[in-house]
Design a protein around this ligand. Structure first.
Ligand code: HEM
Length: 370
């Protein structure tokens, strides 16, 4: 294939490149991969912009890995030292504040981008066969992302993070059947203590990253082997009206440009609004007013606040958690009930998605302002 760029073309034709490629090809069998990438096409339509979101999430994960490794050089997961180690990192270590700010802002941006990616895949009906497993690995990735956020939030051990984690664990404890068991395992006892910091740290830096590597590997492999899905409106077009672009290099280069855009946004947030650190948590002090969890748990938190203390014989919050579990189950099973054979079910899936988004946005804003 002739390259679109004369500089790339001359590099490709140079003896050095040809020799190095032949050496690598013999050892790593690259030719089938290169042939695959050269053949892969990306559909071009009004909603193509959403195809970039998965890539942006991937770039943000890379930033989390790099900044997380740097933070772990200074962080001490111990009761008397956790808060002080972050204070030292942000005030004494050169650019420590920036690395921490990047890590915290990127965590939030990442969860926002993953939500956008999930709902765009949902409304493009990209979960339909044969992409059920792409959808399911994606959903577990979302849970992992929220797990990273929840466990990371406690680590600086300041007042807000301590009490927000306490509320979070109390809420998790209300999940029917498994809640109490799960909250106890995470807490390492009846109260948040040294055991909780140790467990959250281990989960945050070992358990979740291992799960992430396995699932992300599977997710990306499926995305590459199945190719991009095409929305219904695109599929219906006559062949001559369907436009595609090359995955490599055109789409990949555009991907990198979108990454740069998001990286600039992230760097602007991290520099102009450096992530703050509150005073060291005192587990025996009263909870300050207005403690709230991170924004991605706020809708749940606000909804549960509205529940009466009991509904019949059952605790109100437990009914609320069962309701969330039901929504998650309907979302998880969507590839099984909307396979694209029934226009009625397809319309129901769209309506359900709109209701979930409206509910999520309304309760999040309500929680933020109340
Ligand atoms: C850690 C987070 C995630 C990363 C890094 C990631 C990465 C990607 C990438 C790079 C793509 C291909 C480009 C694109 O369509 O955007 C993709 C496709 C896809 N992802 Fe994800 N993803 C993540 C989470 C999720 C979640 C939470 C879901 C849904 C529950 C999901 C479902 C899908 C589906 C169905 C596709 C196929 C889209 C298509 O063929 O049009 N992903 N993902």
């Amino acid at each position: 294939m002739k390259s679109w760029c004369p500089v790339l073309e001359s590099i490709k034709n140079s003896q050095g490149f040809q020799k190095s490629y032949a050496w690598l090809d013999e050892r790593f069998q690259l030719s089938p991969l290169v042939a695959f990438a050269a053949k892969k096409k990306v559909p071009m339509h009004a909603h193509s912009v959403w195809y970039y979101m998965g890539g942006v999430a991937f770039m943000l994960i890379a930033i989390q890995v790099i900044t997380g490794i740097l933070l772990s050089i200074y962080y001490i997961p111990e009761l008397g030292s956790a808060n002080a180690s972050i204070l030292k990192l942000t005030t004494k270590v050169e650019f420590g504040w920036f690395i921490r700010s990047l890590h915290s802002w990127a965590a939030n941006l990442l969860i926002g981008v993953v939500f956008l990616h999930m709902f765009s895949a949902y409304f493009m009906k990209a979960y339909r066969p044969p992409r059920e497993i792409t959808w399911w690995t994606g959903l577990i990735l979302l849970v992992l992302m929220m797990g990273f956020g929840f466990t990371g939030y406690l680590l600086p051990w300041d007042e807000v993070s301590f009490f927000a984690t306490k509320i979070g664990l109390d809420i998790a404890g209300k999940t029917p059947f498994i809640g109490e068991f799960l909250a106890n395992i995470l807490r390492g006892g009846p109260q948040i203590s040294q055991a909780t910091i140790s467990r959250f740290f281990t989960i945050h830096v070992f358990v979740l990253p291992l799960g992430l590597m396995a699932l992300l590997g599977g997710h990306l492999w499926l995305v590459q082997s199945l190719g991009m899905s095409e929305p219904e409106s695109f599929k219906k077009l006559p062949a001559e009206k369907k436009k595609y672009e090359d995955f490599f290099p055109t789409f990949v280069l555009k991907d990198v440009m979108v990454w740069l855009l998001f990286f600039n946004l992230l760097a602007a947030f991290a520099t102009l609004a450096p992530w703050s650190l509150g005073s060291e948590a005192d587990p025996f002090a009263a909870a300050p007013d207005g403690i709230k969890p991170e924004w991605y748990f706020l809708a749940m938190f606000q909804f549960l606040k509205l529940m009466p203390s009991t509904i019949g014989p059952i605790e109100g919050e437990m009914v609320g958690m069962a309701f969330f579990a039901l929504i998650a189950l309907i979302l998880a099973l969507v590839p099984l009930w909307d396979k694209g054979h029934s226009a009625k079910l397809s319309a129901w899936a769209t309506r359900f998605g709109v209701i979930v988004i409206l509910g999520f946005v309304t309760f999040t804003l309500w929680g933020a302002w109340s």
